[in-house]
Design a protein around this ligand. Sequence first.
Ligand SMILES: Cc1cc2nc3c(=O)[nH]c(=O)nc-3n(C[C@H](O)[C@H](O)[C@H](O)COP(=O)(O)OP(=O)(O)OC[C@H]3O[C@@H](n4cnc5c(N)ncnc54)[C@H](O)[C@@H]3O)c2cc1C
Length: 404
Amino acid sequence: MTDARPDDHDLLDPDETPFSDFLGFELLLEEQDRELLGRVRAFMTREVEPIINDHWTRASFPHEILPGMAELGIAGLTYDGPGCPGRGALVNGLVAMEMSRVDPSIGTFMGVHGGLAMGSIMLCGSDEQRERWLPPMARMELIGAFGLTEPDVGSAISQGLATSARRDGDAWILNGAKKWIGNATFADLVVIWARDEDDGQVKGFVVEQGTEGMVCTKQEDKIALRVVQNAEIALTDVRVPDENRLQRSESFRSTADVLRVTRMDVAWQAAGCARGAFEHALRYTKQREQFGRPIASFQMVQDLLVKMLANVTASTAMNARASQLQDAGRLRDEHASLCKAHSTVRMRETVGWAREVLGGNGILLEHHVGRFVADAEAIYSYEGTREINTLIVGRAITGESAFV
Ligand SMILES: Cc1cc2nc3c(=O)[nH]c(=O)nc-3n(C[C@H](O)[C@H](O)[C@H](O)COP(=O)(O)OP(=O)(O)OC[C@H]3O[C@@H](n4cnc5c(N)ncnc54)[C@H](O)[C@@H]3O)c2cc1C
């Protein structure tokens, strides 16, 4: 770690470890993983930060950054399938945090493509399906989406999923509707989770964009993660060949296996969102003067800054330990849920304090913090709300399910 003075942030040398990694978690990484993290940091700082507010305002996706992002080699970072990087969970988490530290929408885009969509194929696909789709997805030549949530059912999806799949010769016929599906307006492959009419089990299907009967309509007027292209999907007699049914997805248990891993990604994204807001807030308080002094010199402002740093550091510590458990093959659902619930609550608190120390400027996009405040609201609710993740942990520690 470099000499970690707060002043370093004003220079924000992308090749250096930022002061906001206060307890030096990056030092836990092997050299090659730190090198990767540094490249992600440089890319996000140089290529994304300067253009992201404009895209956020227009609710457009910066397709122009995809070739550079592909060169980083971070899509499906933890997966060891064909063409995948096969790196550890800790570096995967720190990379997810790094992306969201600069922009939570871009972190979410990669969470959907490299985490949820590639993860579905990695964990639920046959060897042949992995060979077919994972290498071009890892190279980001094919972009993925993950269609689980429906207009009428979100938290209760394991029980209430209504999209149907009916076997018809060597194909399946899908009918139903999905909502909130990130990347779906332009993704090449959309993983659709549907209930088999025969055995009542939830199964995954890879539906190629342009397949007749699948219509993806962009959701407009979001107040959070505006850069992420979320879609409502109408599925009307969509014919999918059996070779596109994820061969190892036999029930919702398979879907849950994917979510356990990606929920950790979201915990890391939340820590990143909080960290980005904190860094912008600290920089601002050193530049803004009131009563003839930088506002950073006031005790009450320092109190908020230190509480923000403590939140970021505590979330990072919790997530880092869970990622180590994941690497050891010991991550349980309740571990990921605790990390997601804790990190998102602390994120929401932190971005609020960051906005507070910016005064009125906190609601202007040009100072970035306002974007983090808005984006935090979506991260707080997706991939399991605080309540749902709390119930998962509560069930684990009491042995009593309190879902209904
Ligand atoms: C920006 C964004 C991106 C998303 N991307 C995707 C995606 O790519 N793919 C995808 O499939 N989905 C995606 N989602 C959907 C997301 O996972 C759901 O929004 C989430 O699961 C919550 O479901 P819901 O919004 O329907 O809320 P609801 O389930 O309607 O919940 C409403 C409220 O009721 C509470 N509640 C529900 N049940 C209980 C209970 N038993 N006890 C106590 N409280 C309860 C909830 O915690 C919440 O506070 C995305 C959502 C957003 C906002």
